[in-house]
Design a binder for this molecule. Structure first.
Ligand SMILES: *[C@@H]1O[C@H](CO)[C@@H](O)[C@H](O)[C@H]1NC(C)=O
Ligand SMILES: *[C@@H]1O[C@H](CO)[C@@H](O)[C@H](O)[C@H]1NC(C)=O
Ligand SMILES: *[C@@H]1O[C@H](CO)[C@@H](O)[C@H](O)[C@H]1NC(C)=O
Ligand SMILES: *[C@@H]1O[C@H](CO)[C@@H](O)[C@H](O)[C@H]1NC(C)=O
Ligand SMILES: *[C@@H]1O[C@H](CO)[C@@H](O)[C@H](O)[C@H]1NC(C)=O
Length: 463
């Protein structure tokens, strides 16, 4: 998602009309907890290491301690605990460039990353969801990283639809066909708190003099303390659901009889694969720290291919930077995006070969491309990651050419498939066809997808 703000802003704009009915039907004071943290994800089935008291009440450290159990050196209490110990040094890795283990059959693998934009803030949400499922079923991808699959209901629907084609998949909510969180918890909407209503009331009383949408967003987040008071799930849900208040309420605060799940997939990430996935891990890039939108990485070991990560970094947004914690961790979206960059490099520091895919919200300095956070992009390149899509003339994935994108004046390549230690075979833009719906021609998302085919280096061919 590119546009946290516009959404928030748009949603805010429409709140006034909705207020009366909402307050009446919801009934102030009827929320269960009465605290400012709607705890959405308290139950996890798998191995979890909780490192220290959680300040915001809703964050869970999903790091599996599988790799660090035997390593006494791994500091589990350090903030930078995204550390695999020796886990990434594969026993079958002879050196940094190849794996002699798989020499007998070096096959190529197709990787695809696609930001689905499945928040109601992106137009044609309902129609696009069905078109996206159809398109994904046609995909030649072996490994697929999806971004912005925000609503648990959608995530589970897509998992079920793709299960035949992609038998292996996971998110912070599911593991293959299993839901790994308490179903009761997943039934709760992210904004089921009194505080949400209080914040909305404040908005309508204090923000109606704001001159423009940017100002309204600032008023909501800062003057009404929304960034401080709302749980991260609620805050993110409001921001990505905007445009129409009715959508915000429907998706973030109400339970729906037509839905089994009302909860929110906090990082918006899901990884699908035709090949078996081992060592699955879900990692918050800034653990235990509330953000406007939390940034995570899903990682796994793809059988006979190697280590991969699926992520989504902090976006540039059209309003003043707001840090939801005091003292602030960062002073700009770019700085937060840089921290995402450094954290992920730290996460993969022991992996000599790996693939990293997703929406990085970084666009390179290249012909026919508008740079955005390109210094941060260069940090990834400087750390040995290749980006063959960009280097082989890849087309923009966001902006001009896609009527749903918020930046119609820019040509951006925000979506990338980086790799280290693989041989490049081919690349192309995917999920970029427009589809006729009720006399209109619409793209599947506000982003287009990127497809890259890679193959492990052949050890015996090396000196
Ligand atoms: C803003 O809302 C308050 C409370 O409803 C109202 O008293 C005030 O007149 C409104 N201000 C403007 C400029 O509409
Ligand atoms: C919104 O208003 C503020 C001043 O209150 C101004 O600085 C800003 O440029 C305006 N933004 C837009 C998009 O007009
Ligand atoms: C926001 O928080 C500040 C600091 O705690 C407080 O003074 C102010 O009254 C709060 N505003 C609202 C609308 O709750
Ligand atoms: C990223 O930010 C967090 C929170 O401030 C900090 O603890 C961490 O050290 C930062 N990471 C890097 C690599 O600078
Ligand atoms: C690997 O390289 C060796 C030496 O160049 C070659 O003989 C062999 O066929 C290659 N294997 C594959 C699977 O490409």
């Amino acid at each position: 998602m590119q546009c946290l703000t516009c959404i928030l802003v748009f949603s805010v704009l429409h709140w006034t009309t909705y207020e009366a009915t909402y307050v009446r039907s919801a009934g102030i004071g009827s929320a269960a907890s009465g605290t400012n943290s709607a705890v959405i994800f308290p139950v996890i089935k798998q191995t979890v290491t909780t490192t220290r008291p959680v300040t915001e009440g809703t964050h869970i450290n999903y790091m599996q301690n599988k790799f660090s159990l035997g390593s006494s050196a791994t500091g589990k209490n350090s903030v930078n605990f995204i550390d695999f110990g020796n886990g990434n040094i594969r026993p079958d890795s002879k050196d940094g460039d190849c794996r002699y283990f798989y020499n007998e059959k070096v096959t190529s693998t197709n990787f695809v990353t696609f930001n689905t934009g499945l928040g109601t803030s992106v137009s044609f949400y309902e129609q696009r969801k069905n078109l996206i499922i159809e398109a994904l079923l046609q995909s030649e991808a072996d490994v697929l990283c999806l971004n912005e699959l925000w609503y648990v209901e959608d995530l589970i629907q897509i998992q079920k639809a793709l299960q035949g084609n992609f038998p292996h998949s996971f998110s912070i909510i599911h593991d293959d066909a299993a839901i790994i969180m308490d179903k009761h918890t997943l039934a709760q909407p992210p904004c089921a708190s009194v505080i949400f209503r209080t914040t909305m009331k404040c908005f309508m009383t204090h923000c109606n003099t704001s001159r423009n949408l940017t100002e309204k967003a600032g008023c909501f987040l800062v003057t009404c303390n929304a960034s401080r008071l709302l749980s991260v799930e609620c805050l993110t849900c409001v921001i990505i659901s905007g445009t129409h208040t009715v959508n915000v309420i429907e998706k973030c605060a109400n339970t729906s009889p037509s839905r089994q799940f009302n909860a929110f997939n906090l990082p918006g990430l899901a990884l699908f694969s035709k090949l078996p996935l081992a060592h699955r891990n879900r990692q918050n890039l800034i653990p235990n720290m509330k953000r406007l939108v939390s940034r995570w990485v899903l990682s796994a070991e793809v059988e006979k291919v190697g280590r991969i990560g699926c992520t989504h970094f902090t976006a540039l947004m059209p309003f003043s930077y707001v840090d939801p914690v005091v003292p602030p961790l960062f002073s700009s979206f770019e700085e937060e995006n840089l921290n995402n960059t450094l954290q992920i490099l730290d996460y993969f520091k022991f992996a000599k070969q790996y693939i990293l895919m997703g929406d990085f919200n970084q666009s390179p300095l290249r012909a026919n491309v508008t740079p955005t956070f390109s210094d941060n992009y260069n940090v990834l390149r400087a750390n040995g990651l290749s980006d063959p899509y960009v280097d082989n003339g890849g087309l923009p994935t966001f902006g001009r050419g896609n009527p749903l994108s918020i930046f119609q004046d820019r040509n951006l390549i925000l979506d990338h498939i980086f790799h280290k230690g693989f041989d490049y075979i081919s690349s192309k833009r995917v999920f970029d066809k427009f589809i006729g719906v009720k006399g209109q021609s619409i793209p599947l998302s506000d982003h287009f997808g990127v497809s890259v085919t890679l193959q492990l280096k052949n050890c015996t061919a090396l000196p």
